[in-house]
Design a protein around this ligand. Sequence first.
Ligand SMILES: NC(=O)C1=CN([C@@H]2O[C@H](COP(=O)(O)OP(=O)(O)OC[C@H]3O[C@@H](n4cnc5c(N)ncnc54)[C@H](OP(=O)(O)O)[C@@H]3O)[C@@H](O)[C@H]2O)C=CC1
Ligand SMILES: O=C(O)[C@@H]1CCC=N1
Length: 274
Amino acid sequence: MTATTALTQTVAVLGTGKIGEALLSGMIRAGWAPDDLLVTARRAERAEELRIRHGVRAVDNAHAAKAADTLILAVKPQDMDALLTELAPHVGADKLVISAAAGIPTTFVEDRLTDGTAVVRVMPNTPVLVDEGMSVISAGRHADETHLARAEAIFQPVGKTLRVPEKQQDAATALSGSGPAYFYYLVEAMTDAGILLGLPRAQAHDLIVQSAIGAAVMLRDSGEHPVKLREAVTSPAGTTISAIRELENHGVRAALIAALEAARDRSRELAGGA
Ligand SMILES: NC(=O)C1=CN([C@@H]2O[C@H](COP(=O)(O)OP(=O)(O)OC[C@H]3O[C@@H](n4cnc5c(N)ncnc54)[C@H](OP(=O)(O)O)[C@@H]3O)[C@@H](O)[C@H]2O)C=CC1
Ligand SMILES: O=C(O)[C@@H]1CCC=N1
């Protein structure tokens, strides 16, 4: 399927919260006509907000399930069972169902819908808002190449996509799904350090954010290993090595490994909707 064909499909976002709206805005930037997009929300005021902000139609879940060719499920994992129970009578096996919920396996979705329904699991991240998302894609039992291509036509314009076997989705969720939060946390902590060192907060924030952007672009574009890039900053008997020694003393590397392992484990726990 070409991107043009994909753009003529009707897509519904069910449960349009933070990630659902980020994706919706990206689809509109990428050229999807608001008339071909439907959204659902639990609260009427949220539905109205989405309609005004994006010019899309806000409908109920049953209407969306019947009218759209592709359904993107973006509710919390804990709300997925109730949503699927509501949708089941209205979702024919001709639909593509994309689940963006952390931890929820494709079998969880398939088992609650008409036998044979194509399900694709996608773990996006919030930088889809600025077309720099990372969306990790896996096929369910009944999803073939055309379904994966339809999912990619939605997620590729808003960043990178990567296909992985579904067994790697919990790890991907820990790395890239939650990943932006770790960087925000680091920026917050380093800005506090700037305050301690006597800089005004706004200036400390700008220095750290621009350093993060520069480092990220070098990581992406230079093709160099991060160790090499770090070594280029680390002068003999200089400032950087003094900081690195403190990071090692405080176990920051081990803390990051443990943190991502905890995120992976939580994703696994969510598999049952816990
Ligand atoms: N935030 C992120 O960075 C990412 C999130 N995800 C996944 O996306 C999903 C949503 O996360 P997030 O956007 O953060 O959460 P939000 O709470 O912001 O969004 C979920 C939305 O679903 C709505 N909702 C719940 N039940 C229904 C229903 N039956 N019908 C219609 N709408 C419903 C909620 O309404 P109400 O507000 O009234 O409760 C809410 O607006 C999760 O499964 C998460 O794992 C995946 C990747 C990244
Ligand atoms: O924190 C969460 O559970 C979701 C999934 C990945 C990012 N946010």
